[in-house]
Write a protein that binds this ligand. Structure first.
Ligand SMILES: [Fe+2]
Length: 372
């Protein structure tokens, strides 16, 4: 590939926590000056909100397509859709990006969780048998049950390297040490945590204890617009909390190799190595340091993205990787003044979605206007 100037090549990014039927805006949070104690009142507020009612103009299929564009336009080719297989299995195989299907899950580990899957022990056994991750929200709150989330899992004998815990804001220092000792991973979702609880997990302690930390957006109902925005938020928050920088290399690892490890996909994803899949992200070089360049990148800096060697999105100069022209199944849009090819027809999709919604809705993770 001749990049013809100043660009950096990265492994495409992995988002370890999203809910693909929930990427609609604006966000839903507590009343000004108030915060939640657990996720449950947030869920109630969401379902009573105008955002939720407006979202209902789109089909579930539409929501999955929309969410795949949230990933694609932020350089993410691999995402976790935190829902049971029974809910998402009809949608995931048809998306332009990779929403993993090789996982088991629980919703949470509290008595009031949503009882997804076949129960924690069975789901975890299945993860071990298949070398998949067992993924669950955990300690997303400060009531007694949330605080006991990890102890609950430990009692059930499921604490090990297959586990990927999302949020962990109620974790004690002891919980963090146990997570490190078990070789488990966490998905840090700072924007969602701060909106709902005005606090996030003890992220510096997790890093110092050597826990495999990844980054997740959660859905846009509570989190950032996309993973690039979440990276910016994570850096800013870390600086505010600790008065020091979260190194851009650490952030890079969170959204690449650490995430691949957490999903038990490190043999095929997470780095640019021989024998791995060609999930490639090319970004405009704005900084001399490649890590800093990624950590400060926006949607307008993406020059090219591929999934297992298949171009998904990019500047027209990369069309020679296709057939030298726009092939069937691709369309053209304009992002930050540049004509870009994209898989599928996101422009037509945006137009149709707006017709269904009934007005010219702006969705922050779509970096283009249809027809321009
Ligand atoms: Fe979540």
């Amino acid at each position: 590939m001749d990049l013809g100037g100043k660009s950096f090549v990265y492994p495409a990014l992995l988002n370890t926590h999203d809910h693909l039927r929930g990427n609609y805006l604006p966000r839903i949070g507590p009343k000004p000056g108030e915060y939640y104690l657990t996720w449950l009142p947030w869920d109630n507020d969401l379902k009573a909100s105008a955002t939720y009612a407006e979202r209902a103009n789109l089909t579930v299929d539409d929501m999955y397509t929309l969410s795949s564009y949230k990933s694609l336009f932020s350089g993410v080719t691999t995402v976790v859709d935190h829902f049971p297989h029974s809910i998402n299995q009809d949608f995931l195989p048809h998306l332009p990006i990779r929403a993993i299907q090789t996982y088991t899950l629980a919703h949470e580990a509290s008595s009031y969780d949503l009882k997804w899957g076949d129960g924690i022990e069975i789901e975890h056994q299945r993860a071990v048998a298949n070398n998949w991750p067992f993924i669950t929200h955990l300690a997303e709150g400060f009531d007694e049950e949330s605080m006991r989330g990890l102890a609950n899992l430990e009692r059930q004998g499921v604490l090990d390297r297959h586990d990927l815990f999302v949020h962990c804001i109620g974790f004690s220092d002891e919980d963090i040490r146990k997570t490190a000792g078990a070789g488990a991973s966490i998905s840090w979702c700072p924007a969602s945590n701060m909106l709902m609880f005005n606090v996030t997990c003890k992220i510096r302690k997790f890093l110092r204890e050597g826990v495999n930390v990844t980054l997740g957006t959660d859905s846009t109902h509570s989190g950032s617009a996309n993973l690039l925005a979440e990276i910016h938020y994570a850096r800013e928050l870390y600086r505010q909390l600790y008065g020091e920088d979260l190194s851009p290399q650490t952030i890079f690892e969170m959204v690449t190799i650490n995430a691949a490890r957490a999903l038990h996909l490190e043999d095929s994803l997470g780095s640019l190595d021989e024998g791995k899949l060609a999930d490639i992200l090319i970004l405009k070089g704005r900084s001399d340091d490649p890590y800093e360049n990624l950590a400060s990148a926006g949607m307008e800096d993406i020059e090219f993205l591929s999934l297992a060697g298949k171009p998904l999105y990019g500047e027209l100069r990369f069309l020679d990787l296709l057939e030298g022209k726009l092939p069937l199944g691709y369309s053209q849009i304009t992002v930050a003044g540049r004509p870009m090819f994209a898989i599928g027809d996101p422009g037509a999709f945006y137009t149709q979605a707006r017709e269904k919604i009934g007005f010219k809705k702006t969705l922050d993770f779509l970096p283009f206007e249809p027809g321009q």
